[in-house]
Write a protein that binds this ligand. Structure first.
Ligand code: NDP
Length: 288
């Protein structure tokens, strides 16, 4: 029987996960098909319920469902529980287990971005969804002492801060209103800036006005398609060190692959497939 793994989100058509995961299954000779399921909020319970059928090996969960899926699962790993969001589902018989491989993957990206410098201690995070929760959890456990969270809807950033109240009790974790003057003041205090909103994914927009970005920041955009978002373009022009979400995507995918199959992921091949998808995407965009 061909087993199935599905990426559940909306939108999913932009995703590079299928290219890298299908190539990885094929390379290991596994009879598994990776499918894209565009499912709206109202369709989510049925989609998650259908994963209990034997043919499904598991799933990835993406924007905007990573938090909403949590109560639909039977068990969460420690990381997924701490984050309050799930990006990978595995099976124990018909039971569904929620994992969060965004956390270790974000750590890999952050360490690469920081390079040989000392790990900074102050960050500004834009966004308060599932991706932002993984980022904030990783920053707390990495030893950051000051993290401010900006979100378009402030109440969601406040809920995120409340969620982490206990694990962040030793440090300063704050939700801040999305106003230019507040953002400007906070960027002057931060060393690391992370975009965990979807702004920049569907249109050439940035969550931060270019003139507010000071030189010398380390800027990580979780968005990977397009590979150079407006935020990264403007931050680099302002003298910042920048990175997109591709490395994080690779590592969250490799960790998920290992969870589904019990075998180490063919990382080099997955990276190659991501690069191919990126080049095809860029050419497609240029052509269209
Ligand atoms: P969610 O749907 O959970 O959260 C979306 C976030 O984007 C919210 O904070 C939302 O704010 C904000 N947002 C959406 N539209 C706007 C807008 N027009 N202006 C300001 N803010 C906006 O999604 P995820 O957290 O799962 O994903 C967020 C992004 O991060 C996506 O682009 C996703 O692809 C990327 N990502 C990449 C990963 C990687 O491996 N590279 C891993 C995880 C995420 P509000 O609450 O106010 O609606």
């Amino acid at each position: 029987m061909t087993r199935r793994v599905v990426l559940i989100g909306s939108p999913v058509a932009h995703s590079f996960s299928q290219a890298m995961q299908q190539a990885a299954f094929d390379a290991l000779g596994l009879d598994v098909r990776y499918e894209l399921w565009d499912r709206k909020v109202i369709e989510l319970p049925e989609a998650i319920g259908s994963l209990r059928e034997e043919e499904f090996l598991g799933a990835n969960v993406t924007i905007p469902h990573k938090e909403r899926v949590v109560p639909m699962l039977d068990r969460l790993t420690e990381d997924a529980h701490a984050v309050g969001a799930v990006n990978t589902i595995t099976k124990e018989g018909t039971r569904l287990v929620g994992h969060n491989t965004d956390v270790p993957a974000f750590r890999v990206a952050l360490e690469r971005l920081v390079g040989k410098q000392k790990m900074p201690r102050a960050a500004a995070v834009f966004g308060a969804g599932g991706g932002a929760r993984a980022v904030v959890h990783a920053l707390i456990t990495e030893g950051f002492v000051r993290v401010v969270v900006f979100n378009r809807h402030l109440h969601r950033a406040e809920a995120l801060v409340r969620h982490f109240a206990r694990s962040a009790a030793h440090m300063e974790l704050k939700a801040m209103p999305w106003h230019e003057s507040v953002i400007e003041a906070e960027l002057a205090k931060a060393k690391v800036v992370i975009n965990a909103t979807s702004v920049g994914m569907m249109s050439d927009e940035s969550p931060i006005a270019g003139e507010l970005v000071p030189a010398g920041l380390l800027v990580l955009d979780l968005v990977y398609n397009p590979p150079v978002t407006r935020l990264l373009r403007e931050a680099e022009a302002a003298g910042c060190t920048v990175m997109n979400g591709e490395l994080m995507l690779l590592h969250q995918g490799a960790a998920a692959f290992q969870l589904w199959t019990g075998q180490p992921a063919p990382l080099a091949l997955m990276q190659e497939k991501l690069e191919e998808a990126r080049l095809a995407g860029v050419e497609g965009a240029a052509g269209g």
